[in-house]
Design a protein around this ligand. Structure first.
Ligand SMILES: *[C@@H]1O[C@H](CO)[C@@H](O)[C@H](O)[C@H]1NC(C)=O
Ligand SMILES: *[C@@H]1O[C@H](CO)[C@@H](O)[C@H](O)[C@H]1NC(C)=O
Ligand SMILES: *[C@@H]1O[C@H](CO)[C@@H](O)[C@H](O)[C@H]1NC(C)=O
Ligand SMILES: *[C@@H]1O[C@H](CO)[C@@H](O)[C@H](O)[C@H]1NC(C)=O
Length: 329
């Protein structure tokens, strides 16, 4: 319970409504039964009739938002919540799952809209694809330079965030300097970053890649990526133009340039990241080569720490998004 109380995911943040709603296993099961019996008969709630698309998008496809630790997880959470809230999704239509499953963090596993944290991989994607069947799934996943992920994780946990996080053995990192600490983080996150890499190294026509470095670069870049994402999720006409405007307006709340601190205190001091990045080359060679290979597989230039970040990878991923869009059209 201590862990639960200190785990700062959803319910501790006032703006976070995609949250545990006190639903018990029984009412969960009841909701599921009701959905099975009733889903298409109930009239579309909330939106004025003139604005309603024929059906809710999540009656058409299964939606999954995906993020891994320190790769924009809270940003994706806020973004997806803004999108589906605006379209009238109810709390029980939005499930969430995290690995490991902290008390009360895993809810509504059957909901048609899911937010999956720290568990997505190539295999899990294939399983989800099969499970979605003929409906098809639409996935939004965020990708970040794997080396930046570990640098960020060190700074974040070193300053004492998420003291109940079992992956990092509670507060262990607070007592480790950057050299030792970065190695610790790189080891602890190896499987997670491998999974992020395997899930996103190749494009799939049901999956949209948000690029962390782009979506956090400026408000213009944010709007552009989120606009493409919205088109991708709801094409060809699952939402009306008016709904699209409302969605785009609502998503702006997740833009850190418009609203610094919007995603809670999950960013880092740039000075810390710059300093810790200097220790990357001193990781044990086998460990470093794993992370270099993740960078390559995701299209991030793996040469000079810090300098490489702003240029090449964005285009690589944009090109694959272009392919997706072309295939979808
Ligand atoms: C982490 O903290 C929890 C709760 O305080 C405790 O039960 C657990 O044993 C701790 N784990 C480690 C590895 O220190
Ligand atoms: C990584 O993916 C594998 C295969 O899907 C899964 O079994 C494992 O739990 C995942 N681990 C993490 C840390 O994401
Ligand atoms: C745009 O979003 C803000 C809050 O994020 C809201 O107050 C405003 O009513 C929205 N405007 C429209 C036209 O939906
Ligand atoms: C993805 O491609 C497959 C095979 O070409 C096709 O059957 C499917 O309809 C496409 N899905 C989307 C969402 O475009």
């Amino acid at each position: 319970m201590q862990t639960a109380a200190r785990w700062p995911l959803f319910w501790l943040l006032p703006y976070s409504v995609w949250s545990y709603s006190g639903v018990t296993a029984e009412s969960n099961a009841l909701n599921f039964v009701q959905r099975k019996v009733l889903p298409r008969v109930s009239p579309p709630p909330e939106l004025p009739a003139a604005e309603s698309a024929p059906s809710k998008p999540w009656h058409v496809h299964k939606y999954i938002c995906v993020a891994h630790h320190k790769a924009g997880l809270f940003l994706v959470r806020d973004l997806c919540k803004a999108v589906f809230d605006t379209l009238g999704a109810t709390p029980s239509e939005m499930g969430e799952w995290i690995q490991p499953c902290y008390p009360r963090t895993c809810v509504h596993p059957k909901a048609p809209i899911q937010f999956w944290m720290d568990l997505y991989s190539y295999e899990r994607a294939q399983e989800a694809r099969e499970a979605a069947g003929a409906k098809g799934m639409r996935v939004v996943g965020i990708v970040r330079d794997p080396v930046s992920v570990i640098v960020s994780a060190y700074c974040y946990h070193h300053r004492g965030e998420e003291p109940g996080n079992v992956v990092f053995e509670n507060t262990t990192l607070m007592h480790m300097g950057p050299k030792q600490g970065l190695k610790f983080v790189a080891e602890r996150m190896l499987q997670l970053v491998e999974n992020m890499t395997s899930a996103f190294e190749q494009p799939f026509n049901d999956t949209f890649h948000l690029v962390y470095e782009k979506v956090t670069q400026s408000s213009e870049a944010f709007d552009q990526q989120v606009g493409e994402m919205t088109s991708f999720l709801f094409q060809p006409d699952l939402i009306s133009p008016a709904q699209r405007s409302q969605v785009l307006n609502a998503t702006q709340s997740a833009d850190l340039h418009r609203h610094p601190g919007a995603n809670g205190d999950h960013g880092n001091d740039k000075a810390c990241e710059d300093e810790v990045r200097k220790y990357v080359p001193s990781l044990p060679p086998e460990l470093l080569s794993r992370y270099r290979s993740f960078q390559e597989r995701l299209g991030y230039a793996a040469s000079e720490e810090g300098l490489s970040q702003q240029s090449s990878f964005g285009e690589v991923l944009t090109a694959s998004e272009g392919n997706q869009a072309a295939t979808m059209a």
